[in-house]
Every structure is written in structure tokens, then in C-alpha cells.
Design a protein around this ligand. Structure first.
Ligand SMILES: Nc1ncnc2c1ncn2[C@@H]1O[C@H](COP(=O)(O)OP(=O)(O)OP(=O)(O)O)[C@@H](O)[C@H]1O
Ligand SMILES: [Mg+2]
Length: 506
């Protein structure tokens, strides 16, 4: 028992309308990576928020190195050597990376903040992490992936014995995930105990020693990773076997071009981006972080300005200056960053769903047609199986994956013709992923045109009729589904400086 760091026994927790944890057990040893998995809303984050002092438990007990402890707040948890990297980014956007890491613990020079020491301390951690971030960079100016790495740096800065990662990889791409795993292995060798929550089940086999499964707030089982298979784990998660259906051979989608982008360039990111999108097509966008995929989407959607280039919708040149122009042209953009652009966390589920169709749900003097709103919202909630006690639940109280489904729901309500999905299945569990895939297929079959940006190659390969690959702000190639595979995409995704922009073969 000597190497036992944490034991959680019979943990129970109820929120208004939700029995989130039903007598859960969990333990963690020194020097191990213990993965925690389960469907969206299963209770993973709640269990770990109890361990890190964010929530009180209603019943149960926690032992730390064999001693019963109470963990009244996150500060107490940190003092006991427990820190957590949250699923939702918790950084202050207006502060720098270094300020975020050491907030409340800033080094002082007499009574004054020692800015130099602050930046140096942060730089040391970044160096250890092989992370290309300047300490004085504002968090607001970073990509989601970089922000996530800063969040991890913050947790590392406490030198904790127990480190909880709540879906750290959801916002990262392969390069950063590799780096993260290297850091985790190093911590493990130093005797740190690591709790790792993920929906990317293949990661379990790369990094974890044991896996615990929760289902509907209840403890299911704990297994040694080396003795388990993905299918067993999925079965424990969902209580049934999910068959990954083979990718459907796309039907001929016709040649109707609904969106054409010509020579799109922006200050320092996009360089002559050319591509087109056909009616009823799912066009995958592959590439590494920083390739310019999100920037392309945001430029089309009018969320960011571009310097030169032309955009045509149904053959007509359009001048989209802001997102409302885009919406007026029936273009929807589902953001990769639900907290920043996607949802109003303080509002309830139904208001978030109808937010894009406000004029439709208000009567002529601005009254909201409540019944109409409720009927639209409940249809979407059902269609996407969003787990919420009611339509009046505040969105911030939904689990991470259910929030992501809601972002999709919001744009479904809008019923746009051109839909850009940026990392649509990020943080979504295996079962729900399949549902979203069939939803995208249905939308395409109905004649909607879809751009799907994804960092998960299997997802790109499985879903796309055609794949556009970007690298460093350029389109480095275009593959149809017969040519696209792991190798052909990776080759184009790493084709730095090379590759002229592919001409549009319209
Ligand atoms: N602060 C809160 N208020 C009310 N309900 C909550 C709160 N936090 C979580 N819940 C509910 O508790 C349940 C468990 O949520 P939790 O966030 O622990 O799920 P999860 O397993 O982390 O899911 P995901 O994979 O989607 O992140 C959900 O039904 C969620 O809606
Ligand atoms: Mg969670």
C-alpha cells in the first residue's frame, strides 16, 4: 500500500436535477498513469473536481497516502500536492502566459513585482516542455492548442505529486500530444501519480497503466491497460458494442460549386488559398496546427479580415465583412473554441440554441415565442442526445462534451446551406461521435455543403469526399477520397515552403 497516493471511496454528488456521482471509487498510485473514461456526462470531471477541491462531495471519503483528508478548496488541494489541468481553459485572456502561470504567486523584488523573474521562471517551464511560447505573450493572441499547453505549464509549476489532466489532448494536435506524453512519462519516472481523462481511446494504450470506467455517474470497473482491448473498454463505457461502420463510398455529388475561394491571402497567415466546395459534399480540411485551416474558415465567415482574394457563393462574388453577412449568405461556422466564440455559458440551453434565429422566434414587437423556442430546442436536444436535466439548464453546468454538441445544435437550428465545422467532435465520446458522423452524412445527403476541419486523420479519411491539405498558410494539395490516405495527407501536411497553391479545377 506504500505506493498508494489517493483513494476515493463511495463518492456521491448531486447537482439540482442530476445525480452526477453514485458512490464512485477511484485510486491512484505513485508513478502510474491512471486513465478515467466514460461517455459525455458520465461524471469524470465532477469526480476530479472533488479531488481538486472545486466541488464538495455529498458522501464518501478521500484518503491521501492512507490518511483521511478534507479538501475544501483548490488552494488546499494545491498545498496537498494535487493540481488539475481543466477541460475548459481557465486562463485570463488579457494576461501574459507567465502572469497566468504564476497568478497570485508572483515573485517579488522587495514589494514590487519582479517581472523579469516571473518571465524567467515561466521560460524555464516552457523550455522543459519544449514549448515555443514567449512568457510575455498575451494568452488572447495564442491558438487554443498553445493555450492548452500554458494551462499544462501552470499545473506543472506547482510541482505536484498528483496531477489531473482533464482531456488535455482534445485541443492539441499530434505534435503537441507527443510532447505531452513525453512530459507525462518523465513525471511518472519521478514518482508523480497522473490521472488522465480522454475520449481518444487509442491514447489509453500509449500512455496509461490502468483504466477506470464510469457510466452514468456509477463506477463500472478498473482494468490494467495491458489486459484490455478498446472494444472491451467501449463496452464498459456504453454498455453495448459500437460498431465503427465502414466509411460509406460517397455517391457522386454532382459538380455544382456552391463556394469558391480564390487567392485568399491575409497579412501573415494565408497565402493564396484556392479551393472550391460542391453541393452535398463533405470537404475535409487536414493539416497540422498553424496550417491556416481555422484562419481560412474565419476569413470566409467574416470573423477575421483578409487582405486580398475573392469569395464566390453560388457563382456570385460576395463581400463578407462580418459574421452576420456570412449568415445572410447562409454560411455557418462552428468554432473550434466553444468558450470564446461558440456559446453563451451563462444562458440556458434553449436560448443558446435559438440565438442564431432570434428574428424567427420573436413576434413582431419583440416578444419571444416561448412555445416555438421550446419545440425547436427540444427537437435539437433529442436529435443530438444532449444530456441536460431541462432546456432551462445553464450551459456552463453541462459536461464538456454536451456543450460541444450544443454548438452543433445551434447551427443546425439555423439550417445554413454551407456549414463549416471546426473540430466538430472534439471532446465528444465514441458513441456520440458516430451520431455526429451520421448527422454530417445526412446533412450532405440533403444537399448541404460541409467543410470539416479536423486534426484527427481517421475522421478526415472516414468522412470526406475530398480532402484539402494545408501547410503554413498554403493549400499544398487536394485529394479525392480514392487518393486520400494517412501517407498522402501527411506528406502534403508537412510540405513546407514547397507546393504552389493548387489551381482551382472548376
Ligand atoms: N456545476 C454543475 N451544475 C449542475 N450540473 C452539473 C454541474 N457540473 C456537472 N453537472 C452535471 O453532472 C453530470 C456529470 O458531468 P461531468 O462534467 O462530470 O461529465 P464528464 O464525464 O466530465 O463529461 P464530458 O466527457 O462531456 O466532459 C452531467 O450531467 C452534468 O450536466
Ligand atoms: Mg468532463
Amino acid at each position: 500500500m506504500d505506493d498508494m497516493l489517493v483513494q476515493m471511496q463511495g463518492i456521491d454528488k448531486t447537482f439540482p436535477g442530476v445525480h452526477a456521482l453514485k458512490g464512485c471509487d477511484f485510486d491512484l498510485k505513485r508513478g502510474e498513469v491512471h486513465a478515467l473514461v466514460g461517455e459525455n456526462g458520465a461524471g469524470k470531471s465532477t469526480l476530479m473536481k472533488i479531488l481538486s477541491g472545486i466541488y464538495d462531495m455529498d458522501a464518501g471519503q478521500i484518503l491521501l497516502k492512507g490518511q483521511p483528508v478534507s479538501i475544501p478548496n483548490p488552494h488546499a488541494a494545491q498545498k496537498m500536492g494535487i493540481s488539475m489541468v481543466h477541460q475548459e481553459l481557465n486562463l485570463m485572456n488579457h494576461l501574459t502566459a507567465a502572469q497566468n502561470i504564476f497568478i497570485g504567486r508572483e515573485p517579488l523584488n522587495f514589494f514590487f513585482l519582479d517581472e523579469h523573474a516571473l518571465n524567467q521562471n515561466a521560460a524555464k517551464i516552457f523550455e522543459m516542455m519544449n514549448l515555443a511560447v514567449q512568457p510575455w505573450m498575451k494568452v488572447a493572441d495564442m491558438t487554443v492548442a498553445k493555450q492548452q499547453m500554458v494551462e499544462i505549464a501552470k499545473a506543472l509549476s506547482f510541482n505536484s505529486e498528483v496531477l489531473i489532466f482533464d482531456e488535455p489532448s482534445a485541443a492539441l494536435t499530434d505534435v503537441e500530444i507527443k510532447e505531452l506524453f513525453r512530459i507525462i512519462r518523465q513525471l511518472k519516472d519521478n514518482g508523480v501519480g497522473i490521472i488522465y481523462i480522454t475520449h481518444r481511446l487509442e491514447e489509453l494504450f500509449q500512455i496509461s497503466d490502468r483504466v477506470t470506467v464510469l457510466r452514468d455517474g456509477a463506477y463500472v470497473d478498473t482494468v490494467k491497460t495491458e489486459d484490455a482491448t478498446i472494444n472491451q473498454i467501449i463496452k464498459m463505457m456504453v454498455g453495448r458494442v459500437i460498431y465503427e461502420s465502414a466509411p460509406e463510398v460517397p455517391e457522386d455529388r454532382g459538380q455544382d460549386i456552391v463556394l469558391e475561394v480564390r487567392n485568399l491571402s491575409s497579412d501573415n497567415v494565408l497565402k493564396n488559398v484556392n479551393f472550391n466546395l460542391k453541393r452535398g459534399e463533405i470537404l475535409g480540411f487536414a493539416g497540422l496546427v498553424g496550417a491556416g485551416r481555422t484562419e481560412t474558415a474565419r476569413a470566409i465567415f467574416g470573423a477575421d479580415p483578409y487582405d486580398s482574394g475573392e469569395i464566390y457563393i453560388n457563382g456570385e462574388r460576395v463581400n463578407i465583412k462580418n459574421p452576420s453577412d456570412a449568415v445572410a449568405h447562409s454560411v455557418a461556422y462552428l468554432s473550434e473554441d466553444r468558450k470564446r466564440y461558440g456559446l453563451c455559458l451563462g444562458l440556458d440551453v434553449k436560448k443558446n440554441i435559438v440565438i442564431t434565429i432570434y428574428e424567427k422566434v420573436t413576434a413582431f414587437i419583440g416578444w419571444v415565442r416561448e412555445k416555438f423556442v421550446a419545440s425547436i430546442a427540444s427537437k435539437i436536444v433529442e436529435q443530438l442526445s444532449i444530456r441536460t436535466p431541462s432546456l432551462d439548464q445553464k450551459v456552463k453546468n453541462l459536461s464538456g462534451g454536451n456543450q460541444q454538441k450544443l454548438v452543433i445544435g445551434k447551427w443546425l437550428a439555423k439550417d445554413a446551406d454551407i456549414m463549416i465545422f471546426d473540430e466538430p467532435t472534439r471532446g465528444i465520446d465514441v458513441g456520440a461521435k458516430q451520431e455526429i458522423y451520421s448527422l454530417l452524412n445526412d446533412l450532405a445527403a440533403q444537399g448541404k455543403s460541409i467543410i470539416m476541419i479536423s486534426s484527427e486523420l481517421p475522421e478526415i479519411l472516414r468522412m470526406s469526399h475530398r480532402v484539402v491539405v494545408m501547410c503554413e498558410g498554403r493549400v499544398t494539395g487536394e485529394l479525392d477520397y480514392t487518393e486520400a490516405n494517412q501517407e498522402s495527407i501527411m506528406q502534403l501536411a508537412t510540405q513546407r515552403n514547397g507546393g504552389n497553391s493548387v489551381p482551382v479545377n472548376a
